[in-house]
Structure formats: C-alpha cells, structure tokens
Design a protein. Structure first.
Length: 174
C-alpha cells in the first residue's frame, strides 16, 4: 500500500512540474486513449458481426446489377463504415491539440522565468528553475501524448480506408 501512495505522490509532483497545462493535457490524453481503445474494440469485436449481417443482406438480393441495387450497395457500405470511422476526426483533433498544449505550457513557463528575471535579476537561478522546468515538462508531455496517439490514430485511419476498399470488393455487383 505504501508504494501505491508513493506512486500517487510522484504523479502529483510530476503534474505539478508541468504547470497549469498538465492536468488539461492529462484530460486530453485520457479522452484520446478512450477513443483509441473504443475504436480497436469495435474493429475487433463489433465490425465483424456488422459485416456478416450486411453480407447476408446483400447476398439475399436477387438483383445486384440495377441502379437501385447500386444505391442499396452504397447505403450498406455507408452503414457498415460509419460506425467503423466514428470518432476518428475527433481523435485526429485531440492528437493535433496535444503539442499545442505543450507549447502553451512552454510559453507559460518562460513567462514565469521572465517574471523572476524582472523581479530579482538574472542571478537567481533557483527561482528561474521552476519556470524552465515547467516549460520543459509541459513540452515533453504534449509531445509524448501526441506521438503515442499519432501511431494508433494513423493505424486506425489507414485501417478504415483499407476496410472500406475490402467491403466494396466483398459487395461487388456480381
């Protein structure tokens, strides 16, 4: 139990080092990872079931070559791919905002350094260290969160494109 308490205190100390943007950035990271886990869960478990039902629906049709059947095919593809692609735009936005939040933390940390310099001159290194630490840690946090999300977000986006082509092929007109 003591190690859990120590870990919690270490987390709070680290978040304190990141300054005012650390907690909002942690919130964005949680939202981003919630979307990533949800999308992978759907891809692995929900999508195969939906695809199976759609394929059965398409194969039950006797007419697959008319204009009407082409429109029905397009609707089926859209109905299958809409849940697959859900959340990917929001995910991309969250990934893009992480480095910007880190940059905001950098600017806020440097403003703190400039305040210290203005009040006590540039000889007080200890007082400036807090602002430099805030600038560095917030930048690192923004980049780490963005890079971790970027890999999985791109993987999901490319997977959706590939799956759309595969579904279109599976629902061929013949």
């Amino acid at each position: 139990m003591a190690s859990l308490t120590e870990s919690y205190e270490d987390l709070l100390a680290f978040m304190d080092l990141g300054g005012q943007v650390a907690w909002p950035l942690a919130f964005v990271a949680c939202a981003m990872w919630t979307i990533i886990v949800d999308r992978f869960w759907y891809v692995w478990f929900g999508h195969p079931k939906a695809l199976k039902v759609a394929l059965q629906q398409w194969q039950a049709r006797s007419d697959r070559g008319s204009w009407y059947s082409t429109q029905i095919r397009r609707r089926i593809i859209s109905e299958i791919m809409t849940p697959y692609e859900r959340g990917l735009v929001v995910l991309g936005s969250l990934i893009a905002v992480c480095p910007l939040m880190g940059l905001l933390g950098t600017v806020m940390g440097m403003l703190e350094v400039f305040d210290v310099v203005a009040l006590s001159g540039n000889g007080n290194v200890r007082a400036m260290a807090s602002g430099v630490s805030q600038a560095t840690v917030s930048t690192m946090m923004g980049m780490v969160v963005a890079l971790s999300g970027l890999y999985f977000g791109e993987r999901l986006r490319r997977g959706a494109q590939s799956e759309r082509r595969r579904v279109e092929d599976l629902l061929g007109t013949t």
